[in-house]
Design a binder for this molecule. Structure first.
Ligand SMILES: Cc1cc2nc3c(=O)[nH]c(=O)nc-3n(C[C@H](O)[C@H](O)[C@H](O)COP(=O)(O)O)c2cc1C
Length: 163
């Protein structure tokens, strides 16, 4: 049964994102590579972003009012590596990429214009990840047929934190 579950999950593919947040007190930026992102309601529009409780980003996101969800394309594979294989517990990822502060200080990555800023409505206990239920408050329009960086292209990256 476990093997079949593993095989089922291994066959899935989905787009990758960098999710960022800022500490409301210090402005400290945080962000990590996330594959567990999905729209979970049509009306009202809602997004669910799942963050591992082990991550530095999780601890900051728990205190933040807003999260920024940056869609990645194949040309942003280097950002996927930076945000997916390094932890803010040990490395300042934001010293290694171009970004600016958005509303509430939420970090916006310069190279990822296709992004959505969401207000955290609720945090849901889901297992070793928590779900952050987002109400979109701002979205950048995406071009047509924009290529996406998929999980299958980055699945071999070693995660910066074990889940
Ligand atoms: C392919 C891939 C997918 C990942 N998906 C998620 C995810 O959905 N949620 C999550 O919290 N972390 C995910 N991670 C792990 C974090 O991006 C990684 O542990 C990161 O280094 C944590 O950084 P932080 O400690 O600065 O938050 C993924 C990593 C990789 C390589």
């Amino acid at each position: 049964m476990d093997d079949r579950v593993d095989a089922f999950l291994a066959a899935l593919d989905y787009p990758m994102f960098v999710v960022t947040a800022a500490c409301p007190d210090t402005g400290e930026p945080a962000g990590c590579l996330v594959g567990f992102v999905t729209q979970c309601s049509i009306e009202p529009v809602r997004l669910l972003v799942c963050l591992s409780k082990a991550n530095h980003t999780y601890r900051i996101a728990c205190r933040a009012r807003l999260l920024a969800v940056h869609s990645l394309g194949p040309e942003e594979a280097d950002l996927a590596e930076l945000f997916g294989t390094r932890s803010g517990d040990r490395v300042d990822k934001f010293a290694r990429c171009a970004w600016r502060s958005g509303p509430d200080g939420v970090p916006l990555l310069d190279r990822c214009g296709y992004r959505l800023i969401g207000r955290v409505l609720e945090r849901l206990e889901l297992g070793d990840h928590d779900g952050f239920l987002l109400e979109p408050v701002h979205a950048q329009e995406a071009g047509p047929n924009r290529p996406l960086l998929m999980f299958s292209a980055v699945r071999d990256l070693p995660a910066g934190h074990p889940a």
